[in-house]
Ligand binder design. Structure first.
Ligand code: PMP
Length: 302
């Protein structure tokens, strides 16, 4: 296995509280509210061919996630956009990943932390795209998670909040331990929800079906894929999906900034055959992420 360089030991620079700083110097004390109490939100964005895909949409969601957690980001939307551009440009990224993160600092170490400073960092790293349609069309295998997505009055489910990922990591680890790539999660009512880091779509009789995102992230990729499907006149049904319906779907795929459009071949006892609709949307999405209209070009770091 290739040696993986730990994320705190990489070279170059990242953006931390207003400035590009040497990567290794971007440190946070162990007594930090975001670490102990989960007061932390983040984003995951992709850079394709030197352009950040849907930068403004991700920045908008970062601000919305922070607002939901009661944190006021001490920068403007434009400043965060520029931070993303600078973090990526300073690393010379052509194809890569961007990780903005917002968290409460160390001023108070208790449940109440009204006076804590809000910290913001943006880091970028290389992530070469290996788009091999034939390989992807084999589909990945999912199991069904034991954990359920919580109700919107149980957790801040509309935020991309660090704390919501506890059950995702647990579910993903359990899936991997059984040889699966990922897990599909039901929600607190028993409806189909999503995977541990991606939304889910199904196909039946030439139409798409995807769960209503009323207790999990309405992914930016999910929204892009719905638009791409509509442009192809593929009907999209956004609704609650019951487990008993799974047997009737013929195709299934996941969507996410990291997952892109990833066909699925099985979910527990259910089998799917990646077909024409999955392939079409996978290719349309691959074209969209490289289209100039949807992305922001990286200028030289300011
Ligand atoms: N759900 C979860 C739990 C996720 O982590 C992600 C990835 N951010 C998504 C859905 C898909 O969101 P997006 O398409 O905006 O990346």
């Amino acid at each position: 296995m290739a040696e993986i360089i730990p994320f705190d030991q990489r070279d170059g620079a990242l953006w931390y509280n207003g400035h590009l700083v040497p990567w290794g110097s971007a440190k946070t004390h162990v007594l930090t509210h975001g670490l102990h109490y989960g007061s932390c939100v983040f984003e995951g964005e992709r850079i394709y061919n030197g352009r950040i895909y849907k930068l403004k949409e991700h920045t908008q969601r970062l601000f919305e996630s922070a607002r939901i957690l009661g944190m006021k980001i001490p920068f403007s939307h434009d400043e965060i956009d520029q931070a993303c551009i600078d973090a990526a440009a300073s690393q010379g990224i052509v194809d890569g990943y961007l990780r903005p993160v917002v968290f409460r600092g160390s001023e108070q170490m208790a449940v109440s932390a009204q006076n804590s400073h809000i910290h913001v960092a943006v880091a970028a790293w290389q992530w070469p795209t290996m788009f091999d349609p034939a390989e992807k069309l084999k589909g990945i295998r999912l199991t069904i998670a034991d954990w359920k997505r919580p109700a919107p009055d149980t957790a801040p489910t509309a935020a991309k909040a660090a704390g919501l990922y506890m059950i995702c990591t647990l579910s993903k680890h359990a899936a991997e331990a059984q040889g699966y790539a990922d897990a599909m999660m039901y929600d607190y009512r028993g409806y189909v929800a999503e995977a541990t880091g991606a939304n889910i779509f199904f196909v039946k009789d030439g139409q798409l079906h995807t769960p209503l995102p009323d207790c999990f992230l309405n992914g930016i990729t999910r929204q892009s894929v719905i638009e791409l499907a509509k442009a192809r006149q593929i009907p999209v049904n956004v609704r609650h999906i019951e487990p008993k319906e799974l047997i009737h779907f013929t195709e299934c795929f996941l969507t996410g900034s990291a997952a892109e459009v990833t066909p699925v071949s099985e979910i527990g006892p259910y089998r799917f055959k990646p077909g024409q609709i999955s392939e079409t949307l996978m290719n349309d999405y691959a074209a969209d992420v490289r289209a100039e209209k949807s992305s922001v070009v990286l200028a030289k770091a300011s």
